[in-house]
Design a protein around this ligand. Structure first.
Ligand code: NDP
Length: 311
């Protein structure tokens, strides 16, 4: 017989951890499956200066660690690993973990997040947090008066470039194609911004400098002229989209064409007893504080759902 939980929370970023705090304080003894990136996206950022309550800022990994301790204090249990399969057709829901173990739960909160899509350059991952970033709102402030590069041609890239132009001495948008996928209004706004310049038909071959431990430049390739050249930059922002982590629920949950969970109001999904929280549903705001707020909503909904059933 597999273990039966009141609430299983998938994901341990801001959304999952906040859901765990609320569910634990409601005495539901939640289990959090931490996933492969415990702490989520905050665990790979440095200073977080926009989470309310920390006037001096706080390191991202420290912030999520605090949330985890807070949840544990009220009785939440954390386990490493993730659910590889789910059966949401009957209650209790069944989840299969990576080691083959099956667990059951009366309610499920999906807070598996969305992973930034990266370029997979040789040095890219090593320089994350040292000039390479996928979040202008999180890290833009550190590049005041510096040379910034944004990669991508969609709305995210335009939005990031406009935002970063408040800080950088110059912002260069590098895009692999001739035409831009961004909406006209966002593209026009970026084009009118005097600090922003565009390098279309250009692919990044690598970002430097790992030996110095921070970004100092990039190697670019103009796909039309075939020219390969170096360019100095301090901040390298990749904005080529996100991938929501919803593979384990495909075919069961209502997902949009990009794989984001479609909300059915509040924190509800199309399946009664399954709730969403954070970036796995939210492609617009994607902030630590909005994810935490969504985690709180999901836990309150799960609690009320169980209460209505007499648990
Ligand atoms: P998009 O999928 O719209 O755009 C991704 C961009 O990245 C494309 O220009 C694509 O190039 C480029 N790209 C993808 N893979 C690579 C790669 N390996 N190397 C180089 N370039 C690559 O993603 P966004 O995140 O911009 O937007 C996602 C959704 O969210 C959209 O629906 C958007 O409208 C929405 N959004 C809305 C905002 C708003 O309204 N304020 C803000 C941000 C996003 P190519 O075109 O050549 O394929």
């Amino acid at each position: 017989m597999s273990d039966l939980f009141n609430v299983v929370i998938l994901g341990s970023g801001c959304a999952g951890n906040t859901a765990a705090i609320y569910a634990a304080r409601a005495n539901l003894k939640p289990l959090v499956l931490e996933g492969h990136e415990p702490g989520g996206q905050l665990s790979i950022t440095t200073e977080v200066e926009n989470f309310p309550g920390f006037p001096e800022g706080i390191l991202g990994p420290g912030l999520v660690q605090n949330m985890k301790q807070q949840a544990e204090r009220f009785g939440a249990t954390f386990r490493h690993g993730r659910a590889v399969h789910s059966d949401l057709s009957n209650r209790p829901f069944t989840l299969e973990l990576e080691d083959g173990e099956k667990i059951q739960t009366l309610t499920l909160i999906i807070a598996t997040g969305a992973s930034a899509r990266w370029l997979n350059l040789p040095n890219e991952q090593k320089l994350i947090g040292h000039g390479v970033s996928s979040c202008a709102t999180c890290d833009g402030f550190f590049f005041r008066g510096k040379k910034i590069m944004v990669i991508g041609g969609g709305d995210s890239a335009m939005e990031e470039a406009n935002f970063l132009s408040r800080f950088g001495s110059e912002v260069t948008v590098v895009h692999r194609s001739e035409t831009f996928r961004a909406s006209k209004i966002m593209l026009d706004r970026a084009r009118k911004n005097q600090k922003i310049q565009f390098l279309p038909n250009t692919v990044v071959k690598d970002v430097y400098d790992v030996t110095k431990g921070e970004v100092t430049g990039v190697q670019l390739h103009n796909v039309l002229t075939k020219e390969i050249y170096d360019r100095e930059v301090d901040g390298f922002f990749v904005a080529i989209g996100h991938i929501p982590n919803t593979k384990a629920f495909a075919g069961q949950l209502d997902l949009d064409p990009d794989g984001y969970i479609i909300t059915h109001g509040g924190a509800r999904t199309n399946i009664s007893g399954v709730f969403h929280a954070g970036d796995v549903q939210d492609r617009i705001y994607r902030q630590a504080i909005t994810a935490s707020g969504a985690g709180c909503m999901a836990a309150i909904e799960a609690e009320r759902f169980l209460e209505a059933e007499g648990h």
